[in-house]
Design a protein around this ligand. Structure first.
Ligand SMILES: Cc1cc2nc3c(=O)[nH]c(=O)nc-3n(C[C@H](O)[C@H](O)[C@H](O)COP(=O)(O)O)c2cc1C
Length: 194
């Protein structure tokens, strides 16, 4: 099975809800084993930069979809902690050629969320991963990709509980985005279907 992990941070549950919809889309693709990882559950590296066994699911993944809320125009501190825990992975280039993609969620329509996606893609590039774009075209009739984001996926939340916001349009886009990245990962691992 080709393995795709959705690795997210979420302070208040909204980015988690989007991560779960992305996972749904990933799971729709035959031949893919989907896993959801909250980066808060990953321990910090030890004095020698060694990571614990809870990181194995990421080491073994063929593709990693990374998601963070946008806080102060960039990734959250919780997600940055995950990024900064990857020093040994950068040093050894252990995640080279894994597929990568990214998403974010913020309170504003813009909210400088592109900066978060750019941070995620630069992080993936530092690890020599293969970045996959968002790939769901804007469709104003049904609200798909309603923020017109192509580098990665953007969702937007109001000040309400995660079961009410982001809206269903963002969850629908999230599922299509997850499916796209899963298909791209499968193709990267097994070759282009004829
Ligand atoms: C400290 C802080 C900073 C924030 N900065 C931004 C921001 O720069 N842009 C934005 O669109 N939303 C910003 N927000 C709003 C959050 O991104 C929004 O509430 C989001 O739904 C939080 O996701 P979460 O529930 O997964 O933590 C900020 C929220 C907090 C708590």
């Amino acid at each position: 099975m080709t393995k795709v992990v959705v690795a997210y941070h979420s302070g208040f549950g909204h980015t988690k809800a989007i991560a779960e919809s992305i996972l749904k889309g990933v799971a729709r693709v035959e031949g893919i084993e989907p896993t959801l990882v909250n980066v808060d559950d990953l321990g910090a590296p030890d004095q020698e930069f060694k990571l614990g066994p809870e990181w194995d699911v990421l080491h073994q993944a063929d593709g990693i979809i990374m998601g963070s809320p946008t806080y102060m125009g960039t990734v959250s501190a919780g997600f940055k902690r995950f990024m900064d825990s990857c020093g040994a992975i950068w040093l050894t280039q252990a995640w080279r050629d894994k597929v990568a993609a990214g998403f974010t969620n913020g309170g504003a329509l813009s909210g400088d969320k592109l900066n978060t996606l750019t941070s995620l893609s630069i992080f993936a590039s530092q690890l020599s991963m293969i970045w996959i774009s968002q790939g769901v075209h804007m469709d104003s009739e049904n609200g798909l990709n309603r923020m017109g984001s192509y580098h990665g996926f953007m969702a937007q939340s109001e000040e309400a509980a995660p079961d009410q916001t982001p809206p269903k349009e963002d969850h629908a886009t999230a599922e299509l985005f997850g499916e796209r990245v899963a298909r791209a990962t499968l193709q990267w691992v097994t070759g282009r279907p004829s």
